[in-house]
Every structure is written in C-alpha cells, then in structure tokens.
Design a protein around this ligand. Structure first.
Ligand SMILES: N[C@@H](CCC(=O)N[C@@H](CS)C(=O)NCC(=O)O)C(=O)O
Length: 337
C-alpha cells in the first residue's frame, strides 16, 4: 500500500459500503477495499467514530463515515469525472433520489434480507463467511451464522417490518415492486438514471439493489422481471461515463413516476412523520400512506438526513423549473418542512 492510498473498510453485504466502492472506482481514486472482518476490528477502530461501515481511512490518517458526506467530500477534492449534474434542478433530483434510495429502498433491502427464513439463513451465512478471521477452521462461518440470524431478525422492526407484521410486510413489498418496475422501464432507455453517465442517485440505487439482487427471494424476482435494472446494477460495479447527462425533458416521464408514486407518496410523508414524532419525543409513530396505516419505531438518523435534503432544497427554493417538477409530483410540500 502506498502512503497516498485510501482504504475503504466495508463489506460485500453492506449496501452503503458497495455504494462508496463503486464511487471510488468511477472516480479512479486509488484505494484498497478492506473487509471489516473480525481481524480488522482494531484497525477499523482507529478511524471509525461509530461502529458503522463504510469507513474511509484517508491518507492523512483521518477517517470518514456516512456514505453521502464521504462522496460529497471526495467530490470537492476529485472533481472529475463529476457525479454532480450541471443543471441545478436535475442535480437536486439526483440528491433526492439518492436520499430515497438510502433511506427508503433500504426498507426493501432489509425486509427481503431478513423476513423470509431462507433469505435470512442465506444472508447470515454469507455475512459470517465475510467476517470470520482469516485462517479460521472450516465450518466456523456455519457455526456463527445462527446467532447472527437471531440477532438480525428482530431488527426488522427498525424498518417497520417484522415476522407477523403482515400488513407492513405487504406494503414494503408493493413499494419494492413498484420501484423496481419504474426503474426498469426508465433504465431500458438509458445506461444510468440521468443519462449516459452516473450521478449521485445512481450510487444510492445501486447499493440497495445490488444487495437485493444477491438475496434469494428479491434476486429471483428481479432477474425474472426487471432485466434493465439488473443490467444497470452490473454496469454500476465498475461504472464508466458513456456520454453526457440528458436534458430534463427526456428524463421526466420516468423520473416523475418514481418521484410521484414513491418519493412523494410514500417516502417523504413517512420521513416527515418520523421527524415530527422524534421532535415530540415519541417512541413509535404511525402514518397513512398507500392506503395503509404504517406504524414503526422512530429512527433518529432519518430525521437528520431529511433536514439535510430540506437544506439542499432551501438553497434552490427560487428555481422555477425545479418547483414545477416538485409541485407536479406532490413532493414540494414535504421539502418545505
Ligand atoms: N447512513 C450510513 C449508514 C451506514 C450503515 O447503516 N451501515 C450498516 C451496514 S450497511 C452498519 O454498519 N451496521 C452495523 C454493522 O454492520 O456493524 C451511510 O450512508 O454510510
């Protein structure tokens, strides 16, 4: 390893880790991928303030965490090839879809990974295989997997899912199928979400769908129903610019569907209700979306990221083209906060 190299502590099973890895690859930033296995915990601990991956160890000895701020910070240092879109309105939509992917498509991902027993068993074994120390005896991962599964299944409640919570589970699956179908149609006409090169949004969507694709139930459905989305995930493993971003008029038919039916109809009202409940000191909250009363535990992190996307919108509040799109799809009121 050279002194100048970044090291990305992550895991193949972590959507935010593979998201940042794809970004580093696209930018051509020299880096080394380090699986945060049990024998890397001490090294990881030198850089990570929170026990979360990804964590980027920088050549100056500092550590960065949280995928979106990591990419924003690197973007300032390594401007080309840019993942920011010169059209400010489209660039905001890219940030909004990235936020949607990180915070809402993660519900799809986490639900499918742990809700059905065959998926949970498969995920637990694959995670165990990644984290067991090098040189462990054969069978060590298999021994570790059941306890991992036992620890993770109850965490379905963090995303509002849970075995026995059939109403929420059906809601999350409907949202997943709708999202995947909209993305598939949109990606049938272009290589990336905003045209012939990747933007911030692409990395967020890729991270969650790469994981969904690796899990038995969701992966089988995606392979059978959404070939363009599957090809996109494969392309994003090592993304290359193939041309330019497209103008707004070309992109809006597909993006409007995603923004209307998912971002504005489900994600933003849910995130707004979560932030309000947190401010009111509640432990759980309920919100009526997509014809369902969706109830779940309040989550602190989502409130912070909602505040951040609202801050980004406030900067562009006078952008008439952006406001037209956001009001047309029903997203504006949620962004005004
Ligand atoms: N908002 C964070 C989320 C990071 C996160 O939730 N990471 C998960 C894995 S995907 C994690 O580290 N969980 C605890 C663990 O695996 O030990 C980001 O974008 O980086």
């Amino acid at each position: 390893m050279t002194q100048e190299q970044y090291r990305l502590f992550g895991a193949e099973m972590s959507p935010y880790s593979v998201k940042v890895r794809a970004y580093l690859r696209y930018k051509g930033i020299p880096h080394r991928w380090v699986v945060r296995s049990m024998d890397q915990m001490a090294e990881f601990g030198k850089y990570a303030k929170l026990p979360l991956i990804p964590c980027l160890a920088c050549p100056d000895g500092t550590g960065l965490q949280d995928s979106t701020p990591i990419m924003e910070k690197l973007e300032a240092q390594f401007p080309e090839p840019s993942v920011r879109i010169p059209d400010a309105a489209l660039d905001f939509l890219s940030a909004l879809i990235e936020e949607y992917a990180d915070e809402w498509c993660n519900k799809h991902m986490f639900h499918y990974r742990w809700y059905y027993e065959p998926d949970a068993k498969s995920a637990a074994l694959r995670i165990a295989q990644e984290v067991v120390p090098a040189g462990s005896p054969a069978g060590a991962a298999g021994q570790m997997a059941p306890s991992l599964e036992q620890r993770m299944v109850p965490r379905l409640s963090f995303v509002g899912s849970g075995r026995g919570n059939t109403a929420n589970a059906a809601f999350i699956e409907r949202s997943f199928i709708r999202t995947a179908q909209i993305l598939d149609a949109h990606l049938g006409e272009r290589a990336y979400l905003f045209g012939a090169r990747p933007a911030m949004a692409d990395f967020g969507i890729y991270g969650q769908f790469k994981e969904l694709l690796s899990d038995p139930t969701a992966g089988t459905w995606l392979r059978g129903n959404t070939p363009h989305l599957v090809a996109f995930v494969e392309r994003m493993e090592d993304p290359q610019a193939l041309g330019d971003f497209e103008p707004m008029a070309n992109l809006m038919p597909g993006l409007s569907r995603l923004l209307r039916d998912e971002v504005a109809a489900c994600f933003l009202p849910w995130s707004d209700a979560n932030a309000r409940a947190l401010a009111a000191g509640q432990a759980t909250f309920s919100v009526h979306i997509d014809g369902v009363d969706f109830t779940q535990e309040v989550q602190k992190y989502h409130a912070r990221s909602l505040a951040e996307i609202r801050r980004k919108y406030a900067v562009l509040r006078e952008d008439a083209r952006l406001n037209l799109v956001l009001s047309d799809v029903g997203a504006q009121r949620w962004l005004e906060g």
